[in-house]
Design a protein around this ligand. Structure first.
Ligand SMILES: [Zn+2]
Length: 223
């Protein structure tokens, strides 16, 4: 079975099994328990479009703090895929309520890829799960042609210029159906300095495709 069906299957099973909350082990409702659900919802930005400006506008569902940080960790390192899909739905919901002006009706969604090594060890790309949940709700088209050409070291702890150097040339398009004039929205889990998404956007823009911005679950930006 394709790995990406797993969240749907997990969900279907969850209807019967009533699993526990991945955050606290209490009985879960959908993915989280009522308590953690509320804690995470409290991190939601009232204006998710507040950073939608500049060369690569940013749309962020919430703030990268406490409960969100913990739940993204559960998604990435404990492999709780249902969190990714749920976050995609929440991001879509927020996007539909605060859709930035001036975008074409037909958007193509491109998740930021993981390098093959990381993908192999993790078994899934969390940004792709979020993008799938997002596309399911909004009807946007998913495109997986952006790929990592090489592994990059973790960005944490690097200076701004080192971060840019670390990701420069890290992406390529493989068998892409993207065409000049298309408009792409990038999707990732977290936005920190933006070096990674800027590098991805440059590759897509180099073939004449418009990259309108990036949508993420959480950002550490606070200005
Ligand atoms: Zn909980």
């Amino acid at each position: 079975m394709p790995k990406l069906w797993q969240p749907l299957l997990d969900r279907a099973l969850n209807l019967f099994l009533k699993p526990n909350c991945p955050m606290c082990d209490r009985t879960a409702q959908a993915v989280f328990c009522k308590y953690c659900h509320r804690q995470i919802q409290d991190c939601q930005l009232l204006q998710p479009d507040r950073y939608w400006q500049g060369d690569l506008p940013l749309f962020a569902w919430g703030k990268y703090e406490g409960p969100i940080k913990q739940s993204i960790g559960k998604l990435k390192y404990d492999g709780d895929r249902s969190i990714g899909y749920l976050y995609g739905e929440w991001l879509a919901d927020s996007w539909q309520k605060h859709t930035p002006a001036g975008l074409p009706a037909k958007l193509i969604v491109v998740p930021i890829p993981l390098h093959g090594d990381k993908l192999a060890s993790r078994g899934f790309n969390q940004a792709e799960l979020i993008a799938r949940g997002f596309c399911e709700v909004t009807g946007a088209k998913l495109d997986l042609s952006l790929q990592r050409t090489r592994s990059t070291i973790a960005q944490f702890g690097l200076s701004k210029s080192d971060r840019q150097e670390n990701v420069a040339g890290a992406f390529t398009l493989v068998n892409s159906r993207l065409k000049p004039g298309n408009t792409v929205l990038l999707i990732d889990d977290i936005y920190t300095t933006g070096a990674t998404v800027r590098s991805a956007a440059a590759v897509i823009r180099s073939i004449g495709v418009n990259v309108c911005g990036v949508a993420v679950i959480a950002t550490g930006r606070n200005n």
